[in-house]
Design a protein. Structure first.
Ligand code: PEP
Ligand code: MG
Length: 588
């Protein structure tokens, strides 16, 4: 069992798809006596496949250079080498092992032999052999291409790291679960996975060394664990847990039509965070009342060229129309840091999280901002849109962005293109600098939205996607609670609304606390989280929440606050926070 950080709830059981861009890692598996001949056949088939692949390359190569096709002939001969094949078959029989492991053993033996001979020509042969054998191993483990785009069966993706572009090209309907070696609580993989309801665990160290493609794997996105090659007992346990989770989700969905309000009548608008237009369609299914954060950068990541004002307009229009009569908050481009895009920011930075990102980048490349603002304004005719500026850290940035907004409006007026004149504008509060001057910021905008993912990262100086410091990424750190409280108090005094759109807003364990910290107008989260947050919300009073938050604020360490909140939530809602979800449906 391998432990990591749970970032998307649920249990997935399936075949591993190891995406390893550097090398193929092979581990030993024991084969029952009766399957040994089958294993040998697998080896022979994989070798035959390699020969066919060589033939194929040779045909393509012969038009380029004869020399190259001769090299390929020698490769094919290596595959016909009896010693290589027989040695491997013998190891399969003797060790009762899987073919890929036996082949790796043979390769190692030959490599050692070559290494002991001081002859450059033979050393060259060693590298040829290595290449050829690895080709066979790749055939054995079942994937010779390294693109997630080509996945055509249900799998659990296991890899070192997944970039936003990787997640975009994945065929989502085939992805049962995901596990990555790097990543922290709010890394993109988690956001993407939970948006789609795919169980995911990140920060798993060197997991790829212990999994082969095709192995049966369990992803426990509730506990943050991965089980490779489970035994019968484990398999039974997790199949039950998976069923329990699915049953639990179903019961949650029964109540999505109910009002999102506390027992004493405090209403909170529960909205969805989306990254692509496709997610907009499922929001109502989860009882969401609008989009509280549309992360528009994925429109840029998904296309080869930069989207034009017209592209943006038609995309925003569709999203707004899908959501009508509910509002849609469209965030201007937040490229940089964890969402890199070389088309836009192509000069590498030593410290991208503190670099040219969010609104800073938009102000440095005003054409980008103008096309976004005009696209948003034009779409505003078709529903309720609010603009949101990301990664703000000063008043000047908002003044400048608002100037561009006025300019965009002016240009549209001059071209007689209609739009909503009184469109609302907000700023994200995700830097300590913005939090400390939220009063000045609120004089320039209509609302603020707290991006807890980044706010926590910057308040605590802890990289949100670095698994080495993931244990220090503490949403319940006293400094975080204190800064959140400050924002609420100031906004409430000024009569301006506050939303929360970071992952914390969608974490049901935090719902009670957040409500107690101040007046929350909107909580925006991955659509899947809405039903559970609503359930918790409907079972508490604001008065109780305030008491809980006051006590949490009086504590000095994250550990104390974590313990206090977890105990409170588990004792009030035992079945919702039960690790194995062995809840009693009748009592629900
Ligand atoms: C945040 O920082 O909390 C946020 C919502 O923005 P993102 O996760 O896209 O940086
Ligand atoms: Mg952010």
């Amino acid at each position: 069992m391998y432990s990591g950080i749970a970032v998307s709830s649920g249990v997935a059981i399936g075949k591993a798809y190891l995406l390893d861009r550097s090398k193929v890692c092979v581990i030993k598996r024991n084969i029952p006596e009766k399957e040994i001949e089958k294993e040998i056949k697998r080896l022979r088939d994989a070798i035959a496949m390699s020969k066919a692949q060589m033939q194929d390359i040779k045909q393509k190569a012969s038009s380029i250079a004869d020399k190259y096709s001769i090299i390929l002939d020698t490769y094919t001969l290596l595959l016909e080498d009896d010693i290589l094949v027989n040695e491997t078959i013998e190891t399969i029989r003797r060790e009762r092992s899987n073919a890929e492991w036996a082949l790796t053993e043979t390769l190692e033996k030959f490599t050692n032999l070559f290494n002991n001979i001081n002859d450059d020509y033979l050393k060259g042969k060693r590298d040829d052999l290595d290449l050829v054998v690895h080709g066979v191993i790749k055939n054995l483990i079942g994937h010779h291409q390294e693109s997630l785009e080509d996945i055509d069966e249900p799998v659990i993706v296991i890899t070192h790291e997944l970039s936003p572009s990787d997640t975009i090209i994945m065929p989502k309907n085939h992805i049962l679960g995901m596990a990555t070696e790097v990543g922290g609580k709010t890394s993109h993989v988690g956001i993407f996975a939970s948006a789609l309801g795919i169980p995911a665990v990140v920060g798993l160290g060197s997991l790829t060394q212990f999994v082969n493609s095709g192995d049966r794997v369990i992803v426990d996105g509730i506990q943050g664990e991965i089980i490779v090659d489970p035994d019968k007992e484990q398999l039974n346990h997790y199949q039950k847990k998976q069923k329990n989770y699915q049953r639990y989700e179903k019961t949650l969905l029964k109540d999505i039509g109910l009002e999102a309000e506390t027992l004493d009548g405090e209403k909170v608008q529960l909205m969805a965070n989306i990254e692509t237009i496709h997610e907009a369609k499922s929001i109502r299914k989860y009882g969401g009342e609008g989009i509280g954060l549309y992360r528009t950068e994925f429109l840029y990541l998904a296309s080869n060229s930069l989207p034009t004002e017209n592209d943006l307009y038609s995309n925003f229009k569709k999203v707004v129309q899908t959501m009508e009569p509910y509002p849609v908050v469209i965030r201007t481009l937040d490229i940089g840091a964890d969402k890199q895009l070389s088309k836009i920011n192509n000069s590498p930075e030593d410290n991208p999280a503190l670099g040219l990102r969010g609104i800073r980048l938009s102000l440095a490349q005003p054409d980008l901002l103008m096309s976004q603002l005009k696209g948003i304004l034009r779409a505003s005719l078709y529903g309720k849109i609010k603009i949101l500026y990301p990664m703000v850290s000063s008043v000047e940035e908002i003044v400048e962005a608002n100037d561009y907004l006025e300019k965009a409006k002016e240009e549209l007026r001059n071209s007689q293109i209609p739009f909503q004149e009184d469109i609302l504008v907000g700023a994200m509060i995700e830097t300590p600098a913005a939090a400390l001057i939220v009063d000045r910021i609120l004089e320039l905008v209509d609302y603020v939205s707290i991006g807890t993912n980044d706010l926590i990262q910057y308040v605590l100086a802890v990289d949100r996607i670095n698994e080495n410091v993931a244990h220090l990424y503490q949403p319940f750190h006293p400094s975080v609670l204190k800064i959140l409280k400050e924002i609420f108090v100031i906004a409430e005094n000024m009569g301006k609304p506050v939303s929360i759109c970071g992952e914390l807003g969608g974490d049901p364990i935090a719902t009670f606390l957040l409500l107690g910290l101040g007046k929350v107008h909107e909580l925006s989260m991955e659509p899947h989280s809405i039903p559970k947050v609503k359930k918790i919300l409907r079972k508490i009073t604001l008065k109780e929440a305030r008491k809980l938050a006051d006590h949490a604020l009086s504590l000095s360490t994250s550990e104390e606050i974590n313990r206090f909140i977890n105990n409170e939530m588990r004792s009030r809602f035992p079945s919702d926070f039960d690790r194995d979800l062995a809840f009693d449906e009748k009592k629900e």
